[in-house]
Design a protein around this ligand. Structure first.
Ligand code: IVH
Length: 670
């Protein structure tokens, strides 16, 4: 049956449009139509092809899943071997690499192409006369597995080159990856189905690509980035960076993170800059790759055994490592929260040796079923605190036990309670528990509270354990003689500490309230309380209802404040602190004037004001019942701009927020 010319034309148009949208989405990273619109085009094409099967071609976008499940993968011999890269773990190895290159090329300064080292699976894609013919895994570098049917399901891989005169043969090399977000999603699905979760995106990508049934691969959301070719591309290309540009033109995604840099300084700068952004990248990388950019230079350097002399992989310190859980300790925090912490066989991860990792809370330990004796994966990424990611159940020794949170506080033996709506269990002893007492003292002395310099963890430990100090009030009874007897406490430092304690007596009401460590009362609430009530006595006397008149104090916070002051022990300590001489300028309670134009309004400050400091301006706004926020949004009423305002000013203009200068602010406050 002949197909009407107009239908064939429509089919061709749809294919061209879909390919163009794929290109915008995967290669340029700039989709031009919404997903739903894309799906509509796709469906129209599918329907036409169903009605007119004679119009189906193997490179049609609908033909990504065609093949039936395989029994096993065929072997493919790579036309050009897929070699490996030598690794550099330290800067010195990079310096040595650059020196060898410079000497071999006789150049003083070498230009390199720097790229991320993708943590996925290397594949080779062979295009014959512009059409994807074979896709293979790396295998041993010489022979790999034919995974063409699976690679065809990856939309980032073009089935057809974007070229009017494609080369007879092109071998594109690159990495198949699973984006972090898709990996998380896949594991959620696996979990929901009670199926095995994948350890990391690389394993998930490998598992997905090595499916014998391409329909499974199709559901796995893999992507691809090209980083080179097998045999060189014919033509006038002289640099590796131009090869990558050409691959982009031909329809391949190439990462925007690539960069041409100069000399060893350029290499190391690139390494550090990308390393700093590693966690933010949508895909996992395990280092960066440096390649001599000049192709003639690459040729001259050649290969040694199985790796090029013109390239090197500079690895990041592994963010994950495995080690053994030697014990699970339970720590008690300032508010009595019990935190299980894994004691680990020391392991080098993320550039440091880790011996402890938080397990967060009881539910987390049970969810991951981490047990003493387990081999676990530990992760430390960037400056984040080390974490136990999961346990390797296959390596679990015989006779281990599920973790049980103690029913008594491991420090003071008091009952532990967990309320229904909380993830954490707490020791109920309050400040009678030495662990909570220590944390409370450290909080009391911390910089934003009473700021007692020199009162650190080790010292507080000794003071509490030797029963020299039980409450913050006891600090003010310390003398040089008493302190000098403690470990690591010379007379001079004892003198310094006593002086620091003395200085801390002159403080503000807001700091004092914050220092008390009332649950749910942070710095900002402490400030609001101080401003509203003006004295500690008035706060202590306020009932929950009165407390809720303070901005941002709701029933929960009001309840913790009232509860704190209802406790005779707390009142006693406060009395002792005041008796010891802790003082703050009393301010009369502020009766805010709701008719002030500042009352209830939200301000953002930016740039330097001519007369007021930032703190003074904030204070004045707050004194009139206004709020000060750090960022401009639709909720902002006024932006007060001084000299050299930044992005906040631009944002204010964009949102049409009223902008004031200092004089304008003072007028409002008047
Ligand atoms: S170039 C002859 N560039 O690293 C050089 N490889 O050890 C061929 N890899 O499994 C490799 N990112 O898949 C090159 N930007 C990149 C890479 C990269 C990751 C992988 C590659 C192979 C291994 C080489």
């Amino acid at each position: 049956m002949a197909v009407a010319h107009s239908i064939a034309a429509r089919v061709n148009q749809l294919r061209a449009d879909i390919e163009q949208h794929n290109y915008h989405y995967y290669v340029l990273d700039q989709p031009v139509i919404p997903d739903a619109e894309y799906d509509r085009l796709f469906q129209e094409l599918q329907q036409l092809e169903q009605r007119y099967p004679q119009l189906v071609t193997p490179d049609s976008p609908t033909q990504r899943v065609g093949a039936a499940p395989l029994l096993e993968f065929a072997q493919v011999t790579h036309r050009t071997p897929m070699l490996s890269l030598n690794n550099a773990f330290e800067d010195a190895a990079v310096t040595a690499f650059d020196r060898r290159v410079r000497e071999a090329l006789g150049q003083a300064l070498v230009e390199y192409a720097a790229e991320p080292k993708f943590d996925g699976l290397a594949v080779s894609l062979t295009y014959a006369k512009g059409l994807l013919a074979t896709g293979a895994t790396r295998g041993d570098g010489y022979t790999g597995e034919d995974v063409t049917a699976n690679l065809r399901t990856i939309r980032a891989i073009p089935l057809k080159l974007r070229a009017t005169h494609p080369p007879d043969l092109l071998e594109v090399r690159g990495e198949v990856l699973m984006l972090k977000a898709d990996f998380e999603q896949l594991n959620r699905t696996q979990r929901g189905r009670g199926e095995r979760e994948f350890a990391n995106p690389r394993n998930a990508a490998a598992g997905s690509l090595r499916q014998l049934d391409p329909r499974i691969t199709l559901t796995r959301r893999l992507t691809f980035y090209a980083y080179g070719t097998g045999a060189p591309i014919a033509g006038k290309l002289r640099r590796h960076s131009q090869v990558l540009d050409r691959l982009v033109e031909l329809g391949f995604p190439v990462t925007a993170e690539r960069q041409a840099v100069s000399g060893v300084a350029g290499l190391l700068d690139y390494y550090r800059a990308l390393g700093a952004r590693r966690e933010q990248l949508p895909f996992e990388i395990d280092g960066v790759v440096y390649k001599v950019n000049d192709l003639a230079g690459q040729n001259a350097l050649g290969f040694v055994s199985r790796a090029p002399r013109f390239a090197v992989a500079h690895k990041f310190p592994a963010a994950e490592a495995t080690t053994v859980v030697e014990g699970i300790d339970v720590q008690v925090g300032r508010t009595g929260a019990l935190t299980p912490v894994a004691r680990l066989q020391p392991v080098f991860v993320g550039g440091v040796t880790v011996t402890n990792a938080t397990l967060h809370n009881e539910d987390e330990v049970h969810r991951k079923d981490i047990r003493v004796g387990d081999t676990v994966v530990v992760r430390r990424a960037g400056d984040v605190i080390p974490e136990v990611v999961r346990t390797l159940e296959a390596k679990r020794p015989a006779r281990t036990h599920r973790f049980v949170l103690p029913v008594r506080c491991p420090v003071c033996g008091s009952a532990v309670r967990r309320s229904e709506d909380e993830a954490v269990a707490r020791c109920t002893a309050g400040l009678f528990c030495p662990a909570q007492r220590k944390q409370a003292l450290l909080h009391f002395a911390s910089r934003r509270a009473l700021d007692i310099e020199g009162l650190g963890e080790k010292l507080v430990e000794q003071l509490v354990d030797n029963q020299v100090v039980r409450t913050p009030a006891d600090l003010y009874k310390l003398g040089i003689a008493g302190l000098a007897g403690l470990e690591r406490m010379a007379e001079k430092s004892a003198g310094n500490l006593v002086a620091a304690i003395e200085r801390s007596k002159h403080t503000t009401l807001a700091r004092f309230i914050y220092a008390l460590g009332i649950r749910n009362v942070g710095e900002s609430t402490a400030r609001d309380l101080a401003r509203r009530f003006g004295s500690i006595e008035r706060i202590a006397a306020a009932d929950a209802e009165t407390l809720q008149q303070v901005p941002d104090v709701g029933p929960v916070v009001a309840h913790s404040i009232a509860g704190f002051f209802a406790e005779p022990h707390n009142r006693k300590v406060i009395g002792q602190l005041l008796a010891a001489g802790v003082s703050f300028a009393e301010t009369a309670p502020r009766q805010l004037d709701p008719s002030s134009p500042v009352y209830g309004k939200t301000f953002v400050l930016t740039g330097a004001l001519p007369h007021l400091t930032r703190d003074e301006a904030q204070q004045k706004i707050r004194d009139h019942g206004g709020k000060v926020s750090g960022s401009v949004s639709k909720q902002t009423d006024y932006v007060v701009a001084g000299a050299d305002p930044g992005g906040k000013y631009a944002k204010a203009l964009e949102l049409g927020v009223t902008i004031l200068d200092e004089a304008g602010l003072l007028k409002l406050l008047d």
